[in-house]
Write a protein that binds this ligand. Structure first.
Ligand code: GUN
Ligand code: ZN
Length: 429
């Protein structure tokens, strides 16, 4: 018989969106969660579950918070080693720091080392699933998926395609970009917990021929996600306008080549025009908010309130290493601060929802990950809400759960992560 494990603590689940109605009405607290065969088998009172499952191994986390593992739907794992590089805006930042680092991933040994380092760091921060850009090198995709399989993680990634405006050694062609993406997709998509995402970096680094080839591949595999960048910085938008003078707007440079769809993830989306907002909504595309990146690279303030009100699907992401952190807690804090700058503070339940359910929805995986419900995969993070003296002294006089959680969102880091569970297996927090 399968091993059962009963985790006791403050188990947080969502029964709806905290952006509809009162933010706290969408949440439920349970005393315990039962794990069996890598999945959530039951939720409920600790005594009922103990009586019903006397054979279960018990792990008592006291008053720690047990949440779904964090889901990070826009990252660049190859940028791990150059995170926190100083002083540049997007295009200069790419040319000065990013592209030289990404060149190194033609070496499978280096790619494996960084993939493993990245997954160690993100696990320590409580992230259990991410959607990553790799580099143009197929080796970088193999390294990432191999490392994820070794850890049993559900991940999404793809070969980043670029055939112009990138240095020699970091360019493919329309044909090789298509061929390599297709063979990686056929090799990896659906293996264990792996999903392949078709990945044109952004329209400035792809010719129309390459965008068309990526669109063709997506049409052949509409079940796959497609990820890219859209409307991040004003200089970038001007550049896109000069490269695609016929296009109605930035989104049109994707739309005209078949790269707009409901399985598309569009990172940043800060300076959108009305037509772009309307079309993204019509096709039910996923918009990814990357708040630490948007302040770090100086891109702008995402319109969370307006876009959610219009009915967009929104996820929350680190954008490591344009983002300045591996931590989804730090990312929630940055989203809160940007909300404040726009006059709309996000409630802690909304921040936690964005980093779990909301992000899982953007990956079309909310039936499997991002929440704690019977049948879902047991990817969990256990949070200590008093992990440092500064946080503990604030949490000590909290009046309710949300006041207890908020200091950890604003000031917490990997020290707040007491334990992480991946597919029902405890890994070190
Ligand atoms: N736009 C195109 N490539 C990138 C990248 O690597 N990071 C960020 N933040 N924006 C991009
Ligand atoms: Zn990015």
């Amino acid at each position: 018989m399968a091993q059962k494990t009963l985790l006791k603590g403050r188990v947080l689940s969502f029964n709806g969106s905290p952006f509809e109605g009162e933010p706290t009405d969408a949440t439920e607290l349970h005393e315990a969660v039962l794990i069996e065969d890598g999945r959530i088998a039951a939720l409920g009172s600790a005594s009922d579950l103990s009586v019903a499952h006397p054979e279960a191994k018990v792990k008592d986390y006291g008053d720690k918070l047990i949440s779904a593992g964090f889901v990070d739907p826009h990252v660049h794992y190859p940028q791990t080693a150059m995170i926190a590089s100083w002083g540049k805006r997007l295009i200069d930042w790419l040319n000065s720091y990013t592209f030289p680092e990404e060149m190194k991933f033609d070496d499978p040994v280096y790619a494996a080392e960084i993939a493993s380092r990245y997954l160690d760091l993100t696990t320590a921060h409580g992230t259990t699933t991410m959607c990553s850009f790799c580099t143009i090198h197929p080796e970088s995709v193999d390294a990432f998926f191999s490392a994820a399989i070794a850890r049993g993680q559900r991940v999404v990634a793809g070969k980043t395609c670029m055939d112009r405006n990138a240095p020699e050694g970091l360019r493919d062609t329309a044909q090789t970009g298509y061929d390599q993406s297709k063979s990686l997709l056929e090799k990896w998509h659906g293996v264990n917990r792996i999903s392949y995402a078709i990945t044109p970096r952004f329209s400035p680094t792809s010719t129309p021929d390459q965008l068309e080839a990526m669109g063709a591949l997506w049409a052949e595999h509409p079940e796959c996600l497609m990820q890219t960048h859209l409307s991040e910085q004003t200089d970038e938008i001007e550049w896109v306008r000069s490269l695609f003078p016929e296009a109605r707007d930035y989104l049109d440079t994707y739309e005209q080549f078949g790269l707009l769809g409901g399985n598309g993830l569009y990172g940043h989306v800060i300076h959108l025009e009305d037509r772009e907002r309307d079309r993204l909504r019509e096709v039910d595309a996923a918009l990814i908010h990357c708040p630490t990146s948007n302040t770090f690279i100086g891109s702008g303030l995402f319109d969370m309130n307006g876009l959610i009100r219009e009915g967009h699907r929104v996820g929350l992401a680190t954008d490591t290493g344009g983002g300045s952190s591996f931590s989804m807690l730090r990312t929630m804090a940055a989203a809160y601060e940007i909300g404040q700058l726009r006059g709309r503070p996000l409630h802690p339940s909304q921040l936690l929802w964005l980093g779990t359910v909301g992000s899982a929805q953007t990956l079309r995986m909310d039936d499997r990950i991002g929440n704690i419900a019977v049948g879902m995969e047991a990817d969990l993070v256990v949070l200590d809400l008093a992990s440092t003296p500064a946080i503990a002294q604030r949490e000590a006089h909290a009046d309710d759960l949300w006041e207890a959680v908020f200091p950890t969102i604003m000031m917490g880091d990997d020290r707040a992560v007491a334990e992480v569970w991946i597919a029902g297996r405890a890994v070190t927090g």
